[in-house]
Design a protein. Structure first.
Ligand SMILES: NC(=O)c1ccc[n+]([C@@H]2O[C@H](COP(=O)([O-])OP(=O)(O)OC[C@H]3O[C@@H](n4cnc5c(N)ncnc54)[C@H](OP(=O)(O)O)[C@@H]3O)[C@@H](O)[C@H]2O)c1
Length: 280
């Protein structure tokens, strides 16, 4: 039996669909059913349920708010995954959790591989990096999967924001100095699941292939829907946000591609399929 935590989020919702489609037994929980910051609640929840795999999709993802809600960010991104790894070890279940491209400072200038040294430059990034280390130090049957710029149906995201702005704005200015890869949560769930089934535990990078700036992502979305407004560029510094942003954080997914023997689809393909899903 698979236990999903944070199942109402983007990735959680796509795991849910995948498991339903493949007739795989799972229990889906989110904050209300199972608060993963409460280790005793998790311990008693898993008791007698024959859980073989725990997939943690829950996270504190508000990069700017994390600067002023430090305790909350570390509790959810560091302590909770560590506790889930502990409990997985107690019941001999496989454990999977997710991290971010933001663990890197963005100065490398070419795609990041798993061996590159992280250097988090915000509270959010540091909380996720500490979470990775805590999990990998706690339990050898763990997967830590870093991803980037996730979009899907399950929650708010940049692609949905662009679609929303397109409905009531004629002029948009989007930053062109942040580069990574948008990642469709459907693909993230699907290719993660293929990896999980190999039992080749460890740290992985998984994002849609190719790379773009936020501006190029927005342009692709707006061109796809035939928006008639004017799109201009801006710089990250123009927005004076509370958290520092790493500017270039493209993740190289070749390790996972080699192991599962498949190429991860492009981010453009991800957006195309997302738009079909979004339009219903
Ligand atoms: N989104 C991105 O762009 C991005 C980029 C890089 C990495 N990642 C990582 O990828 C993974 C999946 O991200 P996502 O975008 O699918 O996240 P998401 O949409 O924000 O979903 C997270 C889910 O966790 C739930 N949650 C919050 N606190 C909880 C608690 N104490 N116990 C149980 N559930 C709780 C949230 O519920 P509420 O909504 O009720 O709080 C939400 O349903 C995360 O590890 C994230 O850090 C995401």
């Amino acid at each position: 039996m698979i236990l999903l935590t944070g199942a109402n989020g983007q990735l959680g919702q796509d795991y849910l669909k995948l498991f339903k489609d493949q007739n795989i037994e799972f229990i889906a929980t989110d904050y209300k059913e199972l608060d993963i910051t409460n280790i005793e609640a998790v311990r008693s929840f898993v008791l007698n349920k024959r859980i073989t795999t725990i997939i943690n999709c829950a996270a504190y993802n508000d990069v700017d708010k994390a600067e002023s809600e430090k305790d909350k960010a570390y509790l959810l991104n560091r302590d909770a995954p560590k506790n889930l790894a502990h409990i997985s070890k107690e019941i001999d279940a496989i454990f999977i959790t997710y991290s971010t491209d933001f663990v890197f400072d963005g100065t490398k200038g070419s795609p990041y591989v798993e061996e590159d040294e992280p250097n988090p430059i915000s509270v959010y990034a540091d909380s996720k990096y500490q979470g990775e280390n805590a999990v990998l130090d706690t339990y050898e049957k763990s997967f830590v999967i870093r991803t980037s710029w996730v979009f899907g149906m399950g929650n708010n995201n940049f692609t949905k924001q662009v679609l929303g702005w397109s409905e009531n704005k004629d002029l948009l200015k989007i930053v062109d100095d942040q580069r990574s890869s948008p990642t469709y949560s459907h693909d993230l769930a699907e290719y993660s699941w293929q990896l999980i089934k190999t039992n080749k535990f460890g740290l992985y990078h998984l994002s849609n292939s190719g790379e773009c700036s936020k501006y190029e992502q927005a342009k692709y979305v707006l061109d796809s829907i035939g928006w008639n407004g004017a799109l201009g560029t801006a710089k990250t510094a123009d927005f004076n946000l509370p958290a520092k942003r790493s500017l270039y954080t493209k993740l190289d997914s070749s390790k996972i591609e080699l192991i599962i023997g498949k190429k991860i689809p492009t981010w453009q393909s991800g957006i195309k399929r997302f738009l079909e899903e979004y339009r219903g």
